[in-house]
Design a protein around this ligand. Structure first.
Ligand code: 26Q
Length: 813
């Protein structure tokens, strides 16, 4: 926004006011007084983009010179959430915009709600990338995202007759103002075909021919740093046919065939796979993986060479390719292909460069989620890439047998190619210089169990970086009351990027009654804000004086939403037999999506909703117990929920949750963790002390021992606990309505020996819930614990994660 009078780039309210009115009139073609919220949204988005793109251009020309080392995050998901408010805040425009719109009588909240929340990810892994982009830019590092511009994001979840129903997410239907398409930077990605070998000047040349070309077109979204002049990029690739109509086919009258080619090409970026559990070897998914890997590397290499006199020699010193789980692991053979086939490097030199350039983060230890592609599928779809994988594998096994001749079995078990499959995690570990887990416990499990043989061979490659989340979205942005209270109490230094640990200055105030009172008031107001949303969207009335006990995350057996709802049923049974029981009123809030193919998880959703119907409509229960399932959990809904939560349910079977990041978002908003010693919960407990968290249940070692040596019998637990007998009986007796039997859940617990130890952890869970209620009766004590949690939440900022990656993995400086 330029003030014409001074000719300086100044941001005055007056200049903004004029610019906004003018822009609204431009986009609407009407007088400002006639404008709709949509027009206002479009106008504000354009003003923001104009400002950011000016900075972006300056930034890009600096970055293109390649003086600094650059990080590229390759990820099949980027769950960025709404951007308008984040841009406004990062520009430092927030007060100006809020005040001006207020004076104009324009509803800023309504404007924000016009933005369709881009859901280009399933959950934790995709959201982590968005937090990392925010922190990388905030800290002023050059770091960019590389992924896929899905036409359809994660499905919208509706609850109909208590069940999850999936609706297509057409997020682009009204256009998207924050992307810039760059057709001149499109590249060709080649699938299928044959590889012909030719000898040229004594050197073998591998020529890929008869392939099916697909055009990858980049759409760039600016990533604006918090109040600095860094603007990085998130590049998302969209698939197009190379020519809109294959003219020769078309001319021969094969119109349908031409159209079919077009839609085959476009299908690659059509839809985000809505699953974060079992691996499915779908061809389209493999095409997606190669698509953004190939296109992304091509552009990076082209840009690098352009500014380095056509040479790739210094590439690993200037470029970090960071692969987010194994989905982009084809970066390893693809970079080798570029270096060997196109740039003419010897294999050994190229291999050294590849390993130096690539680093890998693992996000799961669930064996069913590890990617293994059928060899013949990879071979057919990516013939040259497959040859390279074969050669990487051959040399690896050779080396291993040379160094460890007495360990042939172990050597073979580490192969990339075995049992007719390409093991992507093995490819990622063998082809990168750094392998990390996302929390201390998770990294330990990687070293000692999941990848223990690799750890024995490459101990130096393994490291750990605990996840983090951006406080700028999940605290400063979504909990303005808390932000102001912190500013007023300890000053504003804590908001500087990388400085969140200075929140520890809050510790003395945990003893301060007046501060704690204010903290409680802010929480109450946030609870009312959420209650209002739920009333408006679901018609359910909540009691803001009850405890808000919240479990929001993907629905998974290992995350054990089932344990939570079984405890709710117990409370309900207790209230039915004693309606006047002196219990602390509680509201249980659930939200989360199940993979459409995950039948069991969908049954859990149905159970929660069926229980909610029953409990919420039973006059006996009055205000003491409420259960809500909030449909369509996404980033925007999350921003309303975390600030309103008092209990953060983090109750996964120990050893299964790699880190969790919701746990951190709750903590920085002052909720107390009720959790197992799993993932980053362990570090939360360490940070705040055992007195300021509620932990329960089996340890990861106990779970491990049961799983390896046996000794757990769920039936025994059931037979010795009358509460469980009553509850599980209700699941199959028709207690929750005739049509609503839950045989599948019942069987999993009793017939199939309860894989996730729900029954085993039930009694300790009930006990800790009782302790929580008792502590809550002492509001002073509760607010004190809440303050201590906030004070220690600084290490869970993604700024800290990025600084750790910088020091341990990328070494940018
Ligand atoms: C793999 C193959 C085929 C189809 C789908 C997938 C797939 C897709 C997504 C597998 C896993 C995911 C997502 C995993 C995920 O979100 N993991 C979470 O990552 C977070 C960030 O590190 C952690 O905090 C969570 O603990 C972890 O569950």
């Amino acid at each position: 926004i330029t003030d014409k009078n001074t000719k300086h780039k100044v941001k005055t309210k007056e200049a903004f006011r004029k610019a906004f009115i003018k822009k609204v009139e431009e986009v609407s073609g009407e007088d400002f007084s006639e404008s709709t919220t949509r027009h206002q949204y479009e106008a504000l988005a354009e003003l923001v983009m104009e400002e950011i793109t000016a900075e972006w251009a300056v930034n890009n020309s600096r970055l293109h010179k390649m003086e600094e080392k650059q990080i590229y995050f390759f990820s099949i998901e980027f769950l960025i959430g709404r951007l308008l408010k984040a841009y406004v805040n990062n520009l430092g425009w927030d007060t100006m915009v809020e005040e001006t719109l207020d004076e104009l009588g324009v509803d800023y909240e309504a404007i924000q709600a016009e933005e369709h929340d881009p859901a280009l990810g399933n959950g934790g892994l995709g959201r982590l990338m968005a937090c990392f982009l925010d922190s990388t830019a905030a800290l002023g590092f050059p770091g960019h995202g590389n992924g896929i511009r899905y036409k359809y994001g994660l499905f919208e979840q509706k609850i109909i007759n208590d069940e999850q129903v999936e609706v297509a997410d057409i997020w682009l239907k009204n256009g998207y103002p924050f992307e810039i398409v760059k057709p001149d930077k499109a590249v060709v990605v080649k699938y299928n075909g044959d590889v012909r070998v030719e000898e040229v000047n004594g050197k073998m040349q591998f020529i890929h021919e008869n392939y099916d070309p697909v055009l990858a077109v980049p759409y760039d979204i600016p990533v604006k740093g918090y109040r600095n002049n860094t603007v990085n990029s998130l590049r998302l690739w969209s698939a197009k046919p190379v020519e809109d109509f294959d003219l020769s086919t078309f001319n021969q009258g094969h119109f349908l065939k031409a159209m079919q080619r077009k839609s085959e090409a476009e299908s690659i970026s059509q839809i985000l796979y809505p699953s974060d559990h079992g691996f499915e070897g779908k061809l389209l998914r493999l095409k997606q993986e190669y698509f953004f890997v190939c296109a992304g590397l091509k552009r990076i290499v082209r840009r690098y060479k352009k500014h380095n006199h056509g040479s790739m020699d210094g590439f690993p010193d200037k470029i970090c390719i960071h692969i987010n789980d194994t989905h982009p692991a084809l970066c390893v053979p693809e970079l080798m292909r570029i270096l060997v086939d196109e740039e003419g490097y010897d294999w050994d030199v190229a291999w050294d460069m590849t390993i130096k350039s690539i680093s890998f983060t693992n996000h799961t230890v669930l064996p069913e989620a590890l990617e293994k592609w059928p060899i013949d599928m990879v071979q057919k779809l990516l013939p040259r890439v497959y040859q390279i994988i074969e050669e990487i594998n051959r040399r690896f096994i050779n080396d291993m047998n040379w160094f460890y001749p007495d360990q042939v079995d172990r050597n073979y078990s580490m192969a990339i190619l075995k049992d007719g499959q390409v093991h992507m995690a093995h490819l990622a570990i063998i082809g990168s210089h750094s392998v990390n887990g996302v929390a201390e416990l998770h990294s330990k499990i990687l070293r000692e169990e999941t990848f223990k043989d690799f750890y024995a061979v490459f101990p130096d490659r393994f490291t750990s970086v605990t996840n983090g989340v951006t406080q700028r979205r999940f605290m400063m942005g979504s909990n303005p009351g808390l932000k102001t209270l912190l500013d007023d109490t300890i000053g504003t230094d804590w908001k500087k990027p990388g400085n969140m640990c200075s929140l520890e200055a809050l510790l003395p105030y945990a003893q301060d009654a007046a501060f704690c009172q204010k903290l409680g008031d802010i929480k109450h107001a946030n609870k009312e804000r959420l209650a209002k949303y739920i009333k408006e969207t679901q018609g359910i009335v909540l009691n803001p004086d009850s405890i808000f006990d919240v479990q929001v995350k993907r629905i998974h057996e290992y995350k054990r939403q089932l344990l939570n709802i079984l405890h709710v049923i117990l409370t309900y049974n207790q209230l039915r037999s004693n309606p006047n029981a002196d219990i602390v009123p509680k509201t249980y809030i659930f939200a989360g999506k199940a993979a459409p193919s995950y039948v069991y998880a969908k049954e859990v959703i149905r159970l929660i909703n069926v229980v909610a119907d029953r409990v919420n409509n039973d006059p006996l229960v009055k205000d003491k117990l409420k259960v809500v399932f909030v449909p369509n959990f996404n980033v925007s809904v999350a921003e309303l929920i975390y600030p309103a939560a008092e209990i953060s349910e983090q109750i996964s079977t120990a050893g299964k949750e790699a880190s969790g990041t919701g746990n951190m978002k709750f903590m920085m908003n002052g909720a107390l963790t009720l959790g197992t010693m799993d993932g980053a919960n362990v570090e939360i407990a360490e940070a705040v002390g055992m007195d300021n968290v509620f932990t329960f249940g089996l340890s990861d070692t106990e779970v491990y021992n049961y799983n390896t040596h046996g000794g757990y019998r769920s039936l025994e637990v059931y037979e010795s606990d009358s509460r469980l007998q009553e509850i599980l009986g209700q699941l199959i007796s028709g207690f929750f309505g005739e049509s609503a039997g839950f045989q599948m859940i019942y069987d999993s617990l009793l017939l199939h020996n309860d894989t996730y130890f729900v029954l085993k952890d039930f009694a300790p869970y009930v006990d800790i819930q009782d302790i929580v209620s008792n502590v809550y009766r002492d509001q002073k004590q509760w607010q004190k614990m809440s303050a201590i949690n906030i004070a220690h939440s600084g290490i869970f900022s993604s700024d800290r994660s990025i600084e750790d990656y910088e020091k341990r993995v990328w070494k940018v400086k």
